[in-house]
Design a binder for this molecule. Structure first.
Ligand code: ADP
Ligand code: MG
Length: 251
């Protein structure tokens, strides 16, 4: 028996006709975006174009005004147990690492699985150590976040998100707060994750990462998806004047 080739074509995140306002400001305009299982989508665009808001609507840190968002086929509800369950399927890594300052690195990674998923502490610790090993900071497990470098803290934040066994990982400018020499150690972890088949939505200004790791680049401007293409096509031959203008300013 051959397995159906579903695993690579399934829609994992679907945004259909999503609109979002902050007061009079129309921040997301008719967003249609489908991310399939295993796909890595890099979102780029000028500051204020709605990239962070887009990420935040996907696990409903921000409510939407109209349209629909589905996670693995299930519509994201406004509240309740189903929302909590779906949120656990969406890992998020922010620019500011957002670690619990008074908990050890290991505790930071264990907390969610124990409190939210009811995993036994011993099992959670073992799994956390595996993840800390995977992101290269196992030797820092007993330290407090402030004792780590920014790059190390961000890798802990990635391990913490992975500990919830998410179906998709969202990264909102994960390297923007880092000193230049630490950017690559975080991008390397993300690249490895992408290679391992994790479904990822990554907002970044790191165009090298986009070229290397993205299956698709989505370019946003003023709340709209203006252009999307595979990286070679987007960087080599941007179709819209806005994308051309944006890319020319990066050089
Ligand atoms: P980006 O991440 O692309 O820089 P954002 O999604 O952060 O863009 O912001 C899009 C627009 O929405 C900006 O004009 C920003 O000022 C505005 N905005 C973002 N968050 C809020 C908020 N909580 N309240 C009001 N306006 C907001
Ligand atoms: Mg942003």
């Amino acid at each position: 028996m051959t397995e159906p080739a579903r695993a690579t074509t399934d829609a994992l995140v679907e945004m259909n006709g999503v609109n979002k306002h902050f007061g009079d400001l129309h921040v997301l305009k008719d967003i249609d975006l489908t991310v399939t299982r295993g796909e890595v989508v890099v979102v780029i665009g000028p500051s204020g174009s709605g990239k962070s808001t887009l990420c935040r609507t996907i696990n409903r840190l921000e409510p939407i005004d109209s349209g629909e968002i589905r996670i693995d086929g299930v519509p994201l509800p406004a509240e309740g147990k189903e929302l909590a369950r779906l949120r656990a399927e969406v890992g998020m890594v922010f620019q500011s690492f957002n670690l619990f300052a008074h908990k050890s690195v290991l505790e930071n990674v264990c907390l969610g699985p124990v409190k939210v998923k009811g995993i036994k502490p011993k099992e959670a610790r073992e799994r956390a150590m595996e993840l800390l090993t995977r992101v290269g900071v196992a030797d820092q497990a007993d330290k407090l976040p402030a004792q780590l470098s920014g790059g190390q803290q961000q890798r802990v934040a990635i391990a913490r998100a992975l500990a919830m066994a998410p179906k998709v990982m969202l990264f909102d400018e994960p390297t923007s707060a880092l000193d230049p020499e630490m950017i690559n150690e975080v991008l390397d972890v993300m690249t490895a994750l992408a290679r391992d088949g994790m479904t990822m939505i990554v907002v970044t200004h790191e165009m090298g990462f986009a070229r290397r790791a993205a299956d698709r680049v989505v370019f946003m401007d003023e709340g709209r998806i203006v252009e999307e293409a595979v990286p070679e096509e987007f960087f080599g031959n941007p179709r819209t004047a806005r994308a051309q203008d944006f890319l020319s300013k990066l050089l």
